[in-house]
Write a protein that binds this ligand. Structure first.
Ligand code: GRF
Length: 200
């Protein structure tokens, strides 16, 4: 059983996609052990509660340094015997000591086809605004491993989505979430769960 923690900051639609996939047995051998938010008012916490999943709010600003935050978060997740940390709309840049503690065990969903429209400042609607401003005809989403860079870790899965005439950033974001993010994030977790079953 792959024990996962899902880190969130906002609406939690990617978390919901994982919850639904587990519920519908489309995602097997995976247990969502805990949801961790950096925001007390994240609707993702309501989604966790509605589905009987433990959740906690751990705020970087409550710690005297980002290293102290990273240490606490790493200890908290280790105490929950977490095998995989899933960043699902999580907007905090994780400190290096945390990335070291969970090296190779952190994945992130980004709403573009990396290496396009990623890195510092590219998150949420800003990603889609940049794609529309550039005039790309195809965009999509990427699941990648998290390393010490910003959106620079090894790519696991990508899914393309067409940009339509007259798209607004909001319309494009919705299409990318529905057609790409909510599909490839559960799929990537299943790939990792299957691999861990083989390698033990
Ligand atoms: C969305 O823009 C998504 O593309 C990105 O984070 C934002 C919020 O996602 N990954 P969620 O609804 O909180 O999962």
């Amino acid at each position: 059983m792959l024990k996962i923690a899902v880190l969130v900051s906002g609406g939690g639609t990617n978390l919901q996609a994982i919850i639904d996939a587990v519920k519908n047995h489309k995602l097997t051998d995976v247990s969502i052990e805990v949801v961790v938010s950096n925001k007390e008012d994240a609707y993702a916490l309501v989604r966790a509660a509605d589905n009987g999943i433990a959740s906690v709010c751990i705020r970087p600003k409550d710690y005297e340094s980002k290293e102290a935050y990273g240490r606490y978060l790493a200890t908290f997740l280790a105490d929950h015997e977490i095998d995989l940390v899933v960043l699902a709309g999580f907007l905090v840049v994780l400190p290096e000591n945390f990335v070291d503690a969970f090296a190779g065990k952190i994945i992130n969903i980004h709403p573009s086809l990396i290496p396009s429209f990623c890195g510092d400042g590219f998150y949420g609607l800003k990603v889609h605004e940049a794609a529309l401003a550039r005039g790309v005809k195809i965009t999509g989403a990427t699941v990648h491993y998290v390393d010490k860079g910003c959106d620079t870790g090894p790519i696991i899965l990508q899914k393309a989505v067409s940009v339509e005439e007259g798209d607004s950033p909001e319309i494009l974001q919705k299409r990318v979430m529905e057609q790409a993010e909510w599909v490839i994030l559960p799929r990537a977790i299943q790939m990792i769960a299957d691999k861990s079953k083989l390698t033990g």
